[in-house]
Design a binder for this molecule. Structure first.
Ligand SMILES: *[C@@H]1O[C@H](CO)[C@@H](O)[C@H](O)[C@H]1NC(C)=O
Ligand SMILES: *[C@@H]1O[C@H](CO)[C@@H](O)[C@H](O)[C@H]1NC(C)=O
Ligand SMILES: *[C@@H]1O[C@H](CO)[C@@H](O)[C@H](O)[C@H]1NC(C)=O
Ligand SMILES: *[C@@H]1O[C@H](CO)[C@@H](O)[C@H](O)[C@H]1NC(C)=O
Ligand SMILES: *[C@@H]1O[C@H](CO)[C@@H](O)[C@H](O)[C@H]1NC(C)=O
Ligand SMILES: *[C@@H]1O[C@H](CO)[C@@H](O)[C@H](O)[C@H]1NC(C)=O
Ligand SMILES: *[C@@H]1O[C@H](CO)[C@@H](O)[C@H](O)[C@H]1NC(C)=O
Ligand SMILES: *[C@@H]1O[C@H](CO)[C@@H](O)[C@H](O)[C@H]1NC(C)=O
Ligand SMILES: *[C@@H]1O[C@H](CO)[C@@H](O)[C@H](O)[C@H]1NC(C)=O
Ligand SMILES: *[C@@H]1O[C@H](CO)[C@@H](O)[C@H](O)[C@H]1NC(C)=O
Length: 313
């Protein structure tokens, strides 16, 4: 656009004569659109496309610094300021040699594309102003975000994992940021919401995540804007709430142990009640048989049960 404007501004005769030079300049300007970065509150200089030779002065020129092709930010003619813009009052300055536009302090609203248009007023004998150059410069303004604030809310917990909602928020920055994160050595996709009064106002940003944490792990939240990054890390701790889930197993163990113990006691009791009787019965029976077989075997009375079994077989 700037290139076409340059060519349209040229009278045909001069255009023909200086075609090569113009094409060279145009190619240069269009191939390298200048971009200047600045932070809110700082001082920034937007370079113009012409430097006044030391043999001349600003008096021979008309200089327009305009923004977004329609607003005149600052204009000088024959060395006098002819136009100023409310938004830029007391914040602008023109370098009288290289025509750099200085803005201080920079505001978010200053973000945008500027053009420097230079006309030579006394270039030829007919006094017709001639456009020397017309070039765009983009100013991209950055405002720092606050350090991200990470909070986590546990919504469910089991022995294996803790399910939580993690929120990461940051405010007061520009331009519109991105939120990224690292968790468990992997990247995360945050459900992000932005709040801003207008496209040229500070942004508040909030990212939300659902996570299942199976062990203590570091989570990092990064807010990225215009190549700058603000990060915060938080150690997410798995709520070690395994006491509740482990209760039933230990209870079962106790129950099982008790049941086995009771059965054992019952068995002992039964044994105590029946065994002596059987033993006595057998023993008495055996005693009788032993008396009969006394001569044959000299086995002690302890073996009586075995003997009785053998005899029963
Ligand atoms: C213009 O001149 C000023 C000093 O007068 C200097 O700081 C600035 O870098 C110059 N800009 C360009 C684009 O040459
Ligand atoms: C600009 O500066 C002049 C002189 O220092 C001052 O009188 C005027 O109030 C300022 N204007 C604004 C909008 O700050
Ligand atoms: C801020 O300015 C830059 C450079 O001109 C432009 O790319 C960007 O879109 C602008 N941002 C807004 C919100 O207008
Ligand atoms: C982080 O956010 C929490 C909850 O919104 C708030 O209570 C806390 O003050 C914030 N911390 C910082 C440093 O902003
Ligand atoms: C918690 O998780 C368990 C297992 O996934 C599930 O059965 C239970 O319904 C969940 N509770 C809540 C409140 O989400
Ligand atoms: C973490 O990521 C780096 C690079 O991607 C890799 O070299 C490393 O082995 C990973 N560590 C774990 C514990 O996954
Ligand atoms: C993101 O959050 C919004 C509101 O908080 C919700 O409606 C939407 O479903 C969420 N998206 C994803 C992918 O979780
Ligand atoms: C952004 O957050 C700040 C601080 O929390 C608050 O004062 C401001 O009102 C918020 N801005 C918007 C547009 O919500
Ligand atoms: C977390 O675990 C719960 C229950 O086990 C499951 O429903 C949910 O989808 C999981 N969420 C994620 C982000 O893996
Ligand atoms: C988490 O990150 C901090 C700082 O980077 C580090 O000191 C800490 O050891 C990390 N913790 C874990 C569990 O990785």
């Amino acid at each position: 656009m700037g290139c076409l404007a340059v060519m349209a501004g040229w009278p045909l005769k001069r255009w023909l004569g200086l075609t090569l030079v113009v094409l060279h300049l145009v190619t240069l300007d269009c191939a390298l659109p200048k971009e200047v970065k600045s932070k809110v509150g700082e001082k920034v200089g937007l370079p113009c496309c012409h430097e006044i030779p030391s043999s001349e002065s600003l008096r021979n020129y008309r200089v327009y610094w305009q923004k977004n092709t329609k607003e005149v930010v600052l204009a000088y003619s024959e060395g006098e300021k002819i136009s100023d813009h409310d938004q830029y009052t007391n914040r602008t300055e023109l370098d009288s040699k290289n025509l750099t536009l200085w803005i201080s302090p920079v505001e978010i609203l200053d973000n945008g594309t500027y053009q420097c248009v230079v006309q030579h007023l006394r270039f030829s004998h007919d006094f017709s102003p001639r456009v020397v150059c017309d070039a765009p410069v983009s100013l991209s303004v950055t405002a720092d975000f606050s350090e991200p604030n990470i909070t986590s809310n546990v919504i469910n917990t089991t022995c294996e994992s803790t399910e939580m909602v993690v929120t990461c928020s940051s405010h007061g920055g520009f331009p519109k940021p991105k939120i990224s994160g690292v968790f468990n050595n992997g990247s995360l996709v945050w459900n992000t919401t932005w709040v801003s009064e207008s496209s040229l106002s500070p942004y508040n940003v909030t990212g939300k995540l659902h996570l299942n944490v199976t062990k203590d792990v570091n989570l990092t939240c990064s807010v990225e804007y215009n190549g700058f990054v603000k990060s915060t890390s938080l150690l997410l701790t798995k709520t070690n709430d395994c006491i509740a889930p482990t209760m039933p197993p230990s209870y079962n163990v106790i129950t099982a142990t008790s049941i086995i113990f009771i059965i054992f006691l019952l068995a002992i009791t039964l044994a105590a009640r029946y065994f002596p009787r059987h033993a006595c019965f057998h023993c008495s029976k055996n005693q009788d048989s032993m008396e009969e077989d006394e001569k044959e075997s000299m086995k002690p009375p302890m073996i009586c049960k075995m003997t009785s079994e053998t005899s029963s077989l």
